[in-house]
Write a protein that binds this ligand. Structure first.
Ligand SMILES: NC(=O)c1ccc[n+]([C@@H]2O[C@H](COP(=O)([O-])OP(=O)(O)OC[C@H]3O[C@@H](n4cnc5c(N)ncnc54)[C@H](O)[C@@H]3O)[C@@H](O)[C@H]2O)c1
Length: 397
């Protein structure tokens, strides 16, 4: 079967899918970005990025003008693509249960648009065993596709450099499928690492849980030192100074976002909820906003104060508010303080946000929740609580 599209990215206008689509198109492949989000499809078709991604806008313009990328809200052309890559969301629900059907139920709907001879590549971060389920599902439908699992490992916002720099994990059960996926990702990176699908599924979850646990260790050390009246950052930078064995200890900070917590929860669920280290990390990281507010209350008369929160995105330089602990901080402070004012230079889909100047003018106390560069060296009339150490001056709580 001859295919006239090289790659279809399913979820191709999302935070992980769109940069991948752009990267393949920029390497000369013809790419279809299929997505059910019509607004995002429209934006991409018009040459507008639906979210911030470093360096993406010129690439989008280029690949559109050269006819190598098409965004579409219809799955009708999926059968024309040699490779179909699935990068849809794989969330956990409010009870921390992973939606283990997210990928399989999308595939139930999409199977009618797939044809024999294609390669289906799962790239979403999946619950272990999902690749096998998808293989079985396709088999039941009588479809003869090669299947691979090639996890996405970029950091949001850095995709268009990291996709070309990071080694690519490629996992499949047949040599042909491995070779096809390797050839495809060989367009982006020279370094390919092979695993079995179940190994690769765990590799991705271990990576995120590992990162999350490291942040939790630092946050626990911070709370320990702080309760003892000491400055964690002073201790951390001293112990890491010219001492490689501890040089990778992260600073303290709100560790959040759409991936680390969710994937630690997926791993806990996978292991029958016996993942003490991961669960401890979740309770430490998610508890940090509560800890900060409890310390603030000891020093300030919160019910009489207007508190300003600087930074609502889940990390520095990002416009992504998903699972941001800034919003948890906001909820707690709204309960405790007279009023809460919030600002962020990048987040654009929260109509409660105010310009920075207004928050600086109106707040009796400021909390830096996200260490955006805009807050580096911040000087304010009101006291600043700054766990990140970016402000020129801050108060210890
Ligand atoms: N965001 C990241 O930086 C990142 C990094 C590594 C891995 N991941 C993983 O990638 C996956 C996607 O995450 P994301 O952050 O890009 O989420 P996202 O919500 O930004 O993107 C998912 C996209 O899929 C679309 N979609 C959902 N169901 C669909 C369907 N049935 N058909 C077509 N399109 C559909 C959505 O409209 C959305 O645009 C997750 O499994 C995540 O864990 C994300």
């Amino acid at each position: 079967m001859a295919f006239d599209i090289d790659v279809a990215v399913i979820g191709g206008c999302g935070r992980a899918g769109l940069p991948l689509a752009l990267a393949f198109a920029d390497r000369g492949l013809s790419v279809l970005a299929y997505d059910i989000d019509q607004d995002a499809v429209e934006a991409v078709s018009d040459g507008r990025m639906p979210f911030l991604e470093e360096g993406a806008e010129p690439v989008l313009e280029r690949v559109l003008s050269e006819g190598r990328l098409e965004a579409s809200g219809s799955p009708a052309k999926l059968h024309r693509a040699e490779h179909a890559i699935v990068v849809i969301g794989t969330p956990v629900d409010e009870h921390l249960n992973p939606d283990i059907q997210a990928v399989t139920s999308a595939m139930e709907d999409l199977a009618q648009h797939l044809v024999d001879g294609q390669e289906l590549i799962l790239r979403s971060t999946v619950y272990p065993g999902v690749t096998r389920k998808v293989e079985e599902l396709l088999g039941r439908r009588g479809l003869d596709l090669d299947v691979a699992f090639c996890p996405e490992r970029i950091a949001e916002g850095k995709a268009l450099s990291e996709l070309y720099e990071l080694p690519q994990i490629v996992a499949a059960r047949t040599e042909r499928s491995l070779e096809r996926a390797e050839k495809l990702f060989g367009n982006l990176t020279a370094e390919i690492v092979r695993l079995e699908p179940e190994e690769a599924e765990l590799a991705k979850l271990f990576t995120n849980a590992w990162r999350y646990i490291r942040f939790a260790a630092a946050n626990q050390f911070f709370m320990m030192a702080n309760d003892f009246g000491l400055d964690f950052e002073r201790i951390r930078s001293a112990l890491a100074h010219n001492y490689p064995r501890a040089a990778d200890m992260p600073g303290a900070g709100l560790a959040a976002g759409p991936c680390l917590f969710k994937d630690t929860a997926q791993l806990a669920a996978f292991n029958n909820h016996n993942f003490h280290l991961g669960q401890a990390a979740m309770s430490i990281n998610e508890g940090l906003p509560l800890y900060l507010v409890s310390r603030i209350e000891q020093r300030y008369d919160l019910p009489e104060m207007t508190v300003g929160i600087l930074g609502m995105a889940f990390k520095r330089g990002s416009d992504d508010p998903r699972s941001s602990l800034s919003y948890k901080l906001k909820r707690i402070l709204r309960f405790k303080a007279r009023e809460v004012l919030c600002t962020d230079p990048y987040v654009s889909d929260d109509e409660d946000l105010l310009p920075l100047e207004e928050v600086l003018r109106g707040a009796d106390l400021l909390v830096i929740a996200t260490p955006h560069d805009e807050y580096r060296g911040l000087k304010a009339d009101a006291p600043v609580v700054d766990i990140w150490g970016v402000a020129a001056e801050s108060v210890r709580v």
